[in-house]
Design a protein around this ligand. Structure first.
Ligand code: TMP
Length: 395
């Protein structure tokens, strides 16, 4: 504990994916203090108060990776690369969500792990072998009995959601073949700091990884990163290709390049995080100013993309139903519910933003390109977007 230094306080927050039903009497929402800390020794950045997986990932989990064409094409591209370069005989995905990645492979060579049974069902119905369980040593043991070892493990936006990293990596090692490959991808800490995207922090994101920290953590399991890819998804993610130290994958230049970038930016030093925290506080004031200004002119503001991330921003900046009339979202399980910690309703997205809307707060800023393309008509009719990254502004 003595290695942990707190550097950012994002206030009292609700659970980011816990959507209350609209119209029903709102039950008292569980709130927690969202504080962010830096480990001086491992350089790992994490949130201080955490919840058990069972509270966060259950049969009501609303997130679907297939809701974004950006995600679908990113998974497709990776699957082509995997087939071409690694030709795995068995692929295990930890956190397979609705099967957006696995569907690119032959059903006979895949295994999906997805604890949220409402989503796991979607992939199972399509004939894939999936398990609605949390990733654990016990599960790995059960899988080895049935399938033997696997030669490729993939996990996108999941490892950072699991508190006990020691168990995560030990379980992975127990099922990964000797020459096997582990691919992990998660939001990038470097991008988060550069773009002031403090909304990467919420209860599910227990960690936001840097290469520096991940390298330190996995080293004790005799694992090593041999290749890096920077991705645009989720507001800037890093894909880490990991091998056993004893295996033959060649260490590529991309690792050194990324390491140098992170060191140059100062991800190994607490002062970098302290100045990030200052920028976050300044951005809070700027965003509130934009909303106050528009409200004083009686502008109609709605939100677009009820992301878990936007819950951090709205609650931290206290931007609630008095500013935003409603959010639009394509995800069925989020519709007719409320943005956590607020009374802002989430409405079903129907083609085109309604004509009476003047400004749209872009909750799904990470899909800006995709959304701007879709909403050309709104933009050409004079409609504007409000975005909070890298500094709050109107676009
Ligand atoms: P994410 O940032 O956690 O991936 O969540 C994106 C959310 O935005 C998800 O609820 C789906 C929603 N969304 C839309 O409503 N319309 C869109 O065009 C896109 C790309 C996402």
């Amino acid at each position: 504990m003595k290695n942990l230094i707190e550097f950012l306080d994002l206030g009292l927050q609700p659970l980011a994916n816990n959507y209350q039903k609209k119209g029903k009497k709102i039950t008292k929402e569980k709130k927690y203090k969202l504080k962010i800390q830096f480990n001086k020794k491992t350089k790992l950045v994490s949130i201080k108060d955490t919840f058990s997986s069972k509270i966060m990932f259950n049969n009501k989990y609303p997130y679907r990776s297939s809701m974004s064409s950006t995600m679908l094409s990113s998974f497709k591209k990776l699957s082509l690369e995997i087939k071409k370069n690694y030709k795995p005989k068995k692929i295990l995905e930890i956190g397979s969500n609705d099967g957006s990645f696995l569907k690119n492979f032959d059903k006979n060579i895949t295994i999906g792990i997805e604890p949220c049974s409402n989503i796991e069902k979607i992939t199972k119905k399509k004939g894939f072998d999936t398990y609605s369980e949390y990733w654990s040593k016990k599960l790995a043991k059960k899988l080895i009995k049935k399938y033997s070892n696997v030669d490729l493990i993939y996990s996108a936006n999941t490892i950072t959601h699991i508190k006990n990293l020691d168990q995560v990596f030990k379980s992975i090692l127990s099922i990964l073949s000797k020459k096997g490959l582990l691919i992990i991808e998660d939001p990038s800490l470097l991008n988060c700091l550069k773009n002031n995207t403090y909304d990467q922090f919420y209860n599910e994101h227990i960690y936001v990884f840097s290469l520096i920290a991940l390298k330190n953590i996995i080293s004790k399991y005799n694992l090593e990163i041999f290749k890096i890819q920077n991705l645009n998804v989720h507001g800037g993610s890093t894909r880490y290709y990991i091998r056993r130290k004893s295996s033959k994958f060649k260490i590529e230049k991309s690792v050194k390049i990324q390491l140098n970038k992170e060191i140059k930016y100062g991800l190994n030093k607490i002062k970098t995080y302290r100045s990030f925290a200052k920028r976050v506080m300044i951005n809070k004031k700027k965003l509130i100013k934009i909303f106050n200004n528009l409200k004083s002119k009686n502008k109609k503001i709605i939100g677009y993309g009820a992301t878990a991330k936007s819950s951090t921003i709205l609650n931290y900046c206290n931007i609630k139903e008095n500013y935003i009339s409603y959010f639009l979202d394509t995800t069925k399980d989020k519709q007719n519910k409320l943005i956590p910690g607020t009374k802002i309703p989430i409405n079903k997205y129907q083609r085109n933003i309604p004509k009476d809307v003047n400004y749209v707060f872009l909750g799904a800023w990470n899909f800006k390109k995709e959304i701007f393309k879709k909403e050309k008509k709104f933009i050409s009719n004079g409609g504007k977007f409000i975005i909070h990254t890298p500094i709050p502004k109107i676009l």
